[in-house]
Design a protein around this ligand. Structure first.
Ligand SMILES: O=C(O)c1ccc(O)c(O)c1
Length: 284
């Protein structure tokens, strides 16, 4: 049977992708940021997943105000890196896992979460930047990826509690898949940032670090934080953090198993307009 091996959490700032693609990782501005992922790049070589279930948000690339799916699962065999205005990032094509994706869609929809099934979509920085941070610049991504897009752009957005419970349903779906696969679930986006209006540039280190603390020790309590608190405390784009609760909800302690092992935690300000948070939790 398939099983959840670990969860990985990271911000997905587009300028990080540009820094990598343009060979700027050694520059003084970027060096401390990339240093925080050195552990993770080694860790993933030592703990390779068979499949990555990657929770992210689309930034009006595949979707627009014409279609606003709350939760969308990518069931295609491959996903093309999107052109977000400067040409597609020079990163490999993303291979999917249609069989596991279709199984998760079936199982999770039958557990009463209405997913939109997407058989064709391009993937933007929300998905490719986390892959770059964890794998660097390989010729091909080492694992297939199931893209899972969450609407955190256009209100109404899903609650933290719904996201946590969805993660629990995804765990059940993975565990009922009849192939021996190690699955990592990644939650991306955040941390505090606001890209527009008078509060543009907002960073809240206290909020971010309390979120990281509670994500490990009190996910059920954290899931009850209302939207308005994210927006007020972490900025309009800080709401992306609810996506981390999907990954956290899939960890075994919330299904009666042992507490996860914290393998790595990193926090850095700033990357462009954003506070970068990163964490790795292994199954206990
Ligand atoms: O900090 C930034 O510049 C920035 C821009 C776009 C995003 O989607 C984001 O998450 C961060």
């Amino acid at each position: 049977m398939a099983h959840i091996q670990a969860s990985v959490y990271t911000s997905h700032v587009p300028a990080i992708g540009a820094a990598l693609d343009l060979g700027k990782t050694g520059e003084a501005y970027w060096q401390p940021l990339f240093a925080g992922y050195e552990f993770s790049k080694k860790w993933i070589q030592e703990n390779p997943p068979d499949v990555i279930f990657l929770v992210y948000n689309d930034h009006a690339t595949a979707f627009s105000l014409d279609f606003i799916p709350t939760f969308a699962i990518g069931t295609a065999a491959e996903f093309v890196p999107a052109d977000e205005g400067w040409g597609p990032r020079p990163v490999p094509m993303v291979k999917g896992h249609p069989e596991l994706a279709a199984h998760i869609a079936q199982s999770v929809i039958q557990q009463d979460f209405d997913l939109t099934i997407v058989n064709k979509m391009d993937v933007d920085h929300g998905l490719t930047v986390p892959l770059s941070l964890m794998y660097g610049q390989p010729q091909a991504w080492p694992a297939p990826v199931i893209p899972f897009a969450v609407n955190v752009v256009q209100y109404p957005v899903p609650s933290g509690l719904r996201c946590l419970n969805l993660g629990k349903a995804i765990r059940k779906a993975v565990e009922s898949f009849d192939q021996d696969l190690k699955v990592q679930i990644w939650g991306t986006g955040g941390m505090s940032h606001q890209l527009q209006g008078p509060r543009a540039g907002l960073i809240n280190k206290e909020f971010d670090n309390a979120f990281l603390d509670r994500l490990v020790s009190d996910p059920e309590g954290l899931a009850r934080v209302p939207h308005i608190d994210y927006v007020r405390e972490a900025g309009s784009e800080g709401i992306e953090l609810v996506m981390w609760l999907i990954a956290r909800g899939a960890m075994g302690d919330l299904a009666g198993g042992p507490a996860p092992r914290l393998k790595h935690r990193f926090y850095h300000v700033p990357a462009s307009n954003t506070a970068v948070g990163h964490m790795i939790l292994e199954e206990g």
